[in-house]
Design a binder for this molecule. Structure first.
Ligand SMILES: [Zn+2]
Length: 240
């Protein structure tokens, strides 16, 4: 009786070992959204790649319609001035009259506004820089970024779930208001509109402003000159 049990156990062990031999995982590399994965059985190993913004501790947590204080400098004398920065709109569309449908991609229209009314800005104007980057791959984004003469906008590549999307697009327009009477003083508002073509569901593009008071000379990448108090950044699609 005992012998049969041992024999049965042996068979079971052999079967298990045999099963393991039939399927040896063929691992796909990890990407920014997924860990290493075997496409045959779906098993995963390890973690996704860590996004540059989290490695570099760059914050992109601005929310739509939540005004934030923006610290920058005045136009000529470079005195401190504080304005208000707001993401006033963030919409996603597949296509419309002026945006052609592209399979696998979607359009994002992001609107942001900057208002100044403090004494230094009224006397000397204000300076600001606006910027775009990628939450996952700061350098890859910048290296792929190029002006496309035929399209009349910038194009770039991002990677989403392991696949490169080389047909992303970016353009922006600015409307600079005039100084207008506001209460006892004056106020000026600048509106910036971004038009972006991104992979469907992509949550990596970051737009925003930074103080013109920081020194960026000889520096290329946002992490080389990032200072938490000098930046206000919004992650497109990141709050969904
Ligand atoms: Zn497998």
């Amino acid at each position: 009786m005992k012998k049969t049990i041992i024999a049965a156990n042996l068979i079971l062990i052999l079967l298990l070992a045999g099963c393991g031999n039939i399927h040896s995982h063929s691992w796909l590399e990890a990407n920014f959204q997924e860990p290493m994965r075997c496409p045959e059985c779906g098993e995963t190993l390890g973690d996704p790649l860590e996004a540059d913004f989290s490695v570099r501790k760059i914050s992109a947590d601005l929310k739509e319609n939540e005004p934030a204080e923006f610290h920058t400098v005045t136009g000529e004398e470079k005195l401190d001035t504080t304005g208000v920065f707001t993401i006033t709109g963030s919409e996603v569309l597949t296509e419309d009259a002026s945006h052609k449908k592209k399979n696998g991609y979607e359009w994002h229209i992001i609107r942001m506004s900057l208002s100044f009314s403090d004494e230094n800005s009224v006397n000397d104007g204000f300076d600001y820089n606006y910027l775009i980057s990628d939450f996952y791959d700061i350098e890859g984004f910048m290296h792929s970024f190029v002006y496309d003469r035929a399209l009349g906008c910038n194009t770039f590549t991002v990677n989403w779930y392991g696949k490169d999307y080389p047909e992303c697009r970016e353009s922006s327009s600015i409307s600079r208001g005039e100084w207008e009477k506001s209460g006892d003083g004056f106020k000026k508002t600048v509106e910036i509109t971004w038009t972006l073509l991104l992979p469907e569901g992509y949550d990596g593009i970051v737009v925003g402003v930074r103080s013109s008071g920081i020194d960026t000379e000889g520096k290329h990448y946002i992490y080389e000159y990032y200072e938490p108090d000098a930046f206000l950044l919004y992650r497109v699609g990141g709050s969904k």
